[in-house]
Write a protein that binds this ligand. Structure first.
Ligand SMILES: [Zn+2]
Ligand SMILES: [Zn+2]
Length: 429
């Protein structure tokens, strides 16, 4: 029996709520990955997970191994399948492959699975709260809609498996960890999962697009680098021996101010933000340590690297001024990307035939960063085509806000659009 649209609609809502409840932030999606992998396996997919889909050397911004043990335990306590957890070997992310056995293209779909570092709103008028599916995990909430992405990916998996006789080639469904902070995309792309892909499709729900509409292609991705800068000085008595200290706080503060003064570039948009500066240990102690969390962006790789290299010069200059040492750790990175017009046109054409989608267009400018760009580039580099589109959904509050919520009525149209794309690109001739 084929799943009816009404059944699929309900299934998608249930799945989305399940993932919403089990919100896990980047690199800690153990419960989520185990659930996804289990469902894909039951459907008949060839499933790989964890280290099989992640190039560990390309991982950025992953919490320490000691903290990971706690997240693994939390997932197990919440009922995650221990076999999958073991197979993942400390890393999250999964891929399901459907090989039709018939000659044809390789088509990949990407769904990100991570939650945001925010605690879910307590107000009873917030639907996840009042209908009992608010996040179980303090400090983690699906306030970007990746719970919806994951649910749609699994809905797509079911539709494609039920209709595998009508497909040719190979379908790859990628469930990516750690999109927030652009930390996970590169590790999946560099694992080589996309090296044989002819067509690549990614999407995001919300983004200011109302329900019933889609943006058939999103461009204007900013290249970005996220890094932590640590200054190490020397502590001493602020009254008795200030001259013996090396002031890490002042080095960091000087760096923050000077970075804000990096000149803009005439070639295009640049950004720099010092989002966090923590320093010092006590009122009467010369501060020996300061930590800064910084990001740079640029509309091209060259512009981003212009801002980044100026920031590094400033970091070094400030360290020298105060006799402090400094170190830099890269915490995330994304490149620019653009959708291929052939696929943009296909998305627009298929979208308007789906009940629940009334308008396709215009193209959208992201004005932010997304690490789907690593995957798009990996496909395009080899001559494949890629598209990243926006799926409209009215939202209860802005992305990353504690009262964010999506319009669940867009889950079915979104899933049907993904499946229509799969049939258009890899349907039997
Ligand atoms: Zn987000
Ligand atoms: Zn997002």
């Amino acid at each position: 029996m084929m799943t009816s649209n009404a059944e699929m609609r309900q299934k998608l809502i249930d799945l989305r709520r399940t993932f919403h409840r089990h919100a896990e932030t980047g690199w800690t999606e153990f419960w989520t990955t185990a659930k996804v992998a289990g469902i894909l396996k039951d459907l008949g997919y060839t499933v790989s997970a964890g280290q099989e889909v992640i190039k560990t050397e390309a991982v950025m911004g992953r919490p320490s191994d000691e903290m990971m043990a706690e997240y693994v335990q939390r997932a197990l306590d919440q009922g995650a399948d221990p076999d999958w957890i073991k197979k993942m070997d400390g890393y999250t992310g999964a891929m399901g492959v459907l090989d039709t056995g018939r000659k044809g293209p390789v088509v990949a779909f990407r769904f990100d699975m991570d939650a945001v570092d925010v605690s879910e709103g307590q107000d009873g008028s917030h639907r996840p709260r009042n209908e009992g599916f608010a996040s179980l995990n303090d400090g983690a909430m699906h306030s970007c809609g990746h719970d919806a992405h994951t649910a749609m990916g699994l809905g797509l998996a079911e539709i494609l498996m039920e209709n595998r006789d009508k497909l040719r080639g190979v379908i790859k469904l990628l469930f990516q960890p750690a999109e927030e902070g652009v930390r996970g995309g590169k590790a999946m792309a560099e694992k080589g999962l996309l090296d044989d892909v002819d067509y690549f499709v990614g999407a995001h729900i919300g983004n200011g697009l109302p329900s019933g509409t889609i943006a058939p292609g999103i461009g204007g991705f900013l290249c970005t680098t996220k890094f932590d800068l640590v200054y190490t000085g020397k502590a001493s008595h602020a009254g008795a021996a200030p001259q013996e200290g090396r002031n890490a706080l002042l080095a960091a503060a000087s760096a923050a101010l000077a970075m804000a003064g990096i000149a803009p570039h005439s070639d295009g948009a640049t950004r720099l933000n010092v989002g966090v500066l923590e320093a010092g240990s006590g009122r009467n102690v010369i501060p020996s340590r300061a930590v800064m969390k910084v990001e740079t962006r640029g509309s091209t790789a060259k512009l981003n690297s212009y801002v980044y290299s100026r920031a590094m010069e400033i970091a070094g200059g400030a360290a020298a001024m105060y006799g402090a040492e400094f170190s830099v750790a890269k915490m995330g990175e994304a490149v620019d990307a653009s959708s291929d017009s052939e696929l943009v046109d296909l998305v627009a054409e298929k979208a308007v035939r789906i009940p629940g989608i009334v308008k396709a267009g215009p193209l959208m400018n992201l004005g932010g960063s997304e690490d789907v760009s690593w995957m798009m580039k990996a496909v395009q580099r080899r001559g494949g085509k890629a598209v990243y589109f926006g799926l409209g959904s009215d939202i209860a509050a802005g992305h990353h806000n504690e009262y964010f919520d999506i319009d669940e009525e867009m889950l079915l149209p979104g899933t049907l659009l993904f499946s229509e794309l799969a049939f258009a690109l890899a349907g039997s001739k």
